[in-house]
Design a protein around this ligand. Structure first.
Ligand SMILES: Cc1cc2nc3c(=O)[nH]c(=O)nc-3n(C[C@H](O)[C@H](O)[C@H](O)COP(=O)(O)O)c2cc1C
Length: 323
């Protein structure tokens, strides 16, 4: 892995992406630094001294030595860069105001921000408990609610699933830009057919456009939310030799999955959302100035009031086992 470049990260006006390339064409690795992390790195490199920066997750770190700069990232292979090279590139980068840009991220890349911290003790306990090798499905079908589950950490992905609730009334507070970045990065990690990413996300900042989208969404007023993302299908990107209707189905699934990942990420960040499927596709296309078919609008914000999750039918009714 060779450190190759520094570039802007997602939509934040500050912070950066450090990119490494391997020998194979699609072999690459990335570290995203927040504004504070980048500032600390610039400070150390400016002084030409050794130093250590602890990253946002409080576990990952960057160790600047005189010869090599080491990136020890939680759950990730260690990365290194020649200190002189990273010094040159980072200081050069820090001088210029950078426009945010949308970027392609492949699944091997690293986002300290979207990691879910594991509750290892809980996992160990679960392993012991299920040593009789029950399948997951058997466990679901025979399970009773466990009081123990309440001790799961805030960031536990199952807790996020279990506590998510749609919101149609948002507080006026703005969403921090770093949270928007994390939501977009999470959408980008969703699987797509053939990894062709047959979708496009419109991040609507313009208030007039948001109001127009309210109109295009059957006058649902909450579409004018603090953060509005429109997920569109882009079947032309799906470079597979299948009939057009299959490519369209794939791109619909790509766009839907990305929206779902964004929705879960928003919940994990203490935000809430409403998924809007009731849209006039032609109106949305014309508002956004695109030919791409919209699949959904995800409206995100801080909830005006936190509500408990809605109930569902019993899992036993949802799942039909075919033996
Ligand atoms: C495909 C789809 C389309 C939806 N369309 C709308 C919509 O147009 N307007 C709306 O208010 N809610 C819409 N929703 C939100 C659902 O009403 C909501 O997710 C559902 O009531 C379950 O509530 P929960 O998300 O809090 O669990 C949609 C959800 C999905 C998955």
């Amino acid at each position: 892995m060779r450190f190759t470049k520094v570039e802007p990260a997602y939509t934040s006006k500050h912070g950066c992406r450090l990119v490494w390339k391997g020998t194979e064409e699609d072999d690459s690795d990335t570290v995203i630094l927040t504004k504070d992390e980048l500032d600390s790195l610039v400070e150390i490199l400016k002084r030409d001294k050794a130093g250590k920066i602890t990253l946002e997750d409080q576990v990952s770190a960057i160790l600047v030595n005189s010869d090599v700069t080491q990136f020890t990232l939680q759950g990730h292979r260690p990365l290194e860069a020649d200190t002189l090279e990273i010094q040159k590139k980072i200081l050069e980068y820090a001088k210029i105001p950078h426009e945010p840009q949308y970027i392609h991220i492949n699944p091997k890349e690293f986002y300290p921000s979207v990691w879910i911290r594991k509750d290892e003790k809980k996992e160990d306990r679960d392993l012991e408990k299920h040593e009789d090798k029950q399948t997951l499905l058997q466990a679901i079908l025979s399970s009773q609610p466990e009081i123990e589950d309440q001790s799961l950490s805030e960031s536990d992905v199952f807790r996020i699933f279990a506590t998510r609730r749609s919101t149609r009334k948002f507080a006026k507070s703005k969403i921090e830009e770093w949270k928007v970045d994390k939501i977009l990065a999470a959408a980008d990690t969703a699987p797509t057919a053939g990894n062709f990413q047959g979708l496009k996300i419109f991040y609507v900042k313009n208030n007039k456009t948001k109001e127009a989208l309210v109109e295009a969404a059957n006058k649902q007023p909450y579409v004018n939310a603090p953060l509005v993302l429109v997920f569109c299908m882009d079947p032309a990107r799906v470079n597979l030799k299948f009939p057009q209707n299959i490519l369209e189905k794939f791109s619909m699934q790509d766009a839907t999955l990305a929206a779902a990942y964004a929705q879960i990420a928003a919940s994990g960040l203490g935000l809430s959302s409403i998924w809007i499927g009731m849209i006039d596709e032609e109106k949305v296309k014309s508002i956004l100035g695109t030919k791409l078919r919209p699949s959904s609008i995800l409206c995100i914000g801080y909830p005006d009031k936190k509500k408990p999750p809605k109930s569902r039918r019993k899992l036993k009714e949802l799942i039909e086992v075919i033996e």
